[in-house]
Write a protein of this length. Structure first.
Length: 163
């Protein structure tokens, strides 16, 4: 699953309620669930929440610019596996969507980046499973992940193809 909000964030709206309950219920029914969300400052600053760097980085193209997405892994309080997508330019901010009642001017760019960065979530999962060296996906490696999109969709994985 991919969401802009999920625990361990403080409640910001109804979405966090759904993302707290749904993965937990699906796990209770025997499904293997992971949630990808941005690595916001609020999460990083929570002393009780522990996340480890997966070593996976991916080049993410937003318009004509390229940003690097890093992937961390942790667990929610209910035990759901979390993949946190890090790009400090977009997510190291005091607010999630804005400050003092005003949205960030680059919210569209931020969440396009977040949506496009899901390509690396599968690589982060694979790196953890294989306990492999620190892969960096870009160029042809990123393209090969995009080429796997139909297979990933059939297998229920995140769709790694760009939109």
């Amino acid at each position: 699953m991919i969401s802009a909000e999920a625990p361990p964030l403080q409640r910001t709206g109804a979405l966090i309620d759904v993302m707290n309950a749904l993965p937990h219920k699906l796990r209770a029914r025997g499904h293997e669930i992971s949630v990808a969300l941005p690595f916001y400052r609020e999460i990083r600053e929570k002393a009780a929440f522990k996340a480890k760097d997966t070593g996976v980085t991916v080049d993410v193209h937003v318009g004509k610019k390229t940003y690097i997405a890093g992937y961390l892994e942790g667990r929610s309080a209910s035990g759901v596996q979390l993949f946190l997508i890090r790009c400090d330019k977009f997510f190291d901010r005091p607010g999630i969507y804005g400050e003092q009642g005003k949205p960030y001017e680059d919210n569209a760019e931020r969440f396009i980046f977040f949506f496009q960065s899901r390509i690396g979530t599968r690589a982060a999962i694979d790196a953890l499973a294989a306990n492999s060296a620190r892969p960096r996906l870009g160029g042809s490696a990123g393209a090969s992940l995009c080429a796997r999109a139909p297979s990933a969709i059939r297998n229920g994985a995140n769709d790694p193809s760009p939109s």
